[in-house]
Design a protein around this ligand. Sequence first.
Ligand SMILES: [Zn+2]
Length: 157
Amino acid sequence: MLDSNYLIINRHPQKFSEMRIAGKTAVFMGSDGKVLDFGVLALGSSVYAALYCDEVQNITFVTDKGGAQDVVTVLWLKEEDYVRALSALKDVLRMHFSPQNKKLNRYAEAVAEKLALGVKLRITDAVNTADMVECPECGMLNPAGSQYCLDCGAEIG
Ligand SMILES: [Zn+2]
């Protein structure tokens, strides 16, 4: 069980107490009221994918800034904070938020790796499994018609 909200940037976790939205920016503050290191997230065109998982109260962004990719994850301790944050972020970032399962972060990292290689992906909603094909090797859900698994690279027959 979580003991706090967490802001995790490229697997580096920091606890935070509060997220505030100012214009097109989300700002994350610690319990001392100060902005965290890298605690300012620009909600603009650099956000390539917006993903979330209700089950683990996780909102994750994959950003792509001129060839540099980041995976920014926000984990919420309390459901009401998660629900409010998701709604507020959707209001600011007018793009499709893709519902995911518990493998959200592996998926986000796989997306970032593909972007680094110059491959643009269609982001899929893992909860709409009718449109997905399961990897026989690792169980990752991949978009229907995929030749190779996004996660482990296995051939999907
Ligand atoms: Zn796989």
